[in-house]
Design a binder for this molecule. Sequence first.
Ligand SMILES: Cc1cc2nc3c(=O)[nH]c(=O)nc-3n(C[C@H](O)[C@H](O)[C@H](O)COP(=O)(O)O)c2cc1C
Length: 295
Amino acid sequence: MILKSYNNVIMELSAPFLASYWQYIASVFAGIFIAQVMRGVFQQKKQGYTVDVDPMQDGETADIPQSDPRELGDNDQIPYPWFEDRLTEEQMKQKSAEFYEKMNKRRTVRKISDEDVPLEVVENIIKTAGTSPSGAHTEPWTFVVVQDKSVKAEIRRIVEEKEYLNYGRRMGEQWVKDIEYFKTTWAKPYIDTAPYLILVFKQVYGFNEDGSKKMHYYNEMSVCISVGLLLAAIQNAGLVTVTSTPMNAGPQLRELLGRKSNEKLILLLPLGYPDKQAMMPNIRRKPLKDIMVLK
Ligand SMILES: Cc1cc2nc3c(=O)[nH]c(=O)nc-3n(C[C@H](O)[C@H](O)[C@H](O)COP(=O)(O)O)c2cc1C
């Protein structure tokens, strides 16, 4: 009896009420929905830099909290120290043209001599790579330099094992066709013959002094820029390399070289003199008009 009259009251109240005020009710619900969405977006931005900080970033950095800002000391800002080194316009034109000529002679050389290279030269090349800019000056790179013959042989074994599978099964037909021109195969003899191998790791994140994880912004982009400088330094020293991506061999090589799990292998570069028998594809580079747009 009581239930019945309660239902009647609700029906009488709700039907005309809803009919007259449904637009207002709908706008209240829409407002609540929009507020929830906005809250989600702004909270995410504040907590963990997960929103569009680094388009190439790995998921495992998502939980790294924002660190406290550094305290600024007296020597934190210095004037640019090299104003005296300013070149005249003539000198600039000459130097930039000479540098271009030098870099234009850079080629990927897949046959490398076993002739030794002074370690000091290698160190200077790596130091040059280390001058690269990096996201928030995090310097998220490790260059593992291998000269030990047995380690090189093991690296070659691992890379060739993976490359054999890559060429046979993993790379699509089109990909294999595209690289036919370069006459590359799964075999990588330069890994053994080159006096040094440089394995470039990106540090997906770093560590603070207390052991907590430290955000490495734009780590992949930063490492790739440092490799650009590395290639220029190799060319400047009169040596050659192969910019190679050891597909699928990264985790095994990382373990072999005793690197931590925050580091991921990006490139493997053999370093040495070109072999006298080295041949390479007769490629042409795009002219300036096709790569530069002046507005
Ligand atoms: C990101 C990247 C990955 C590459 N991977 C390989 C590779 O795995 N093996 C290889 O023989 N060459 C590799 N190369 C070299 C290119 O084939 C070479 O740079 C290109 O053909 C142009 O020739 P050049 O370097 O003589 O100017 C790579 C180059 C880049 C930039």
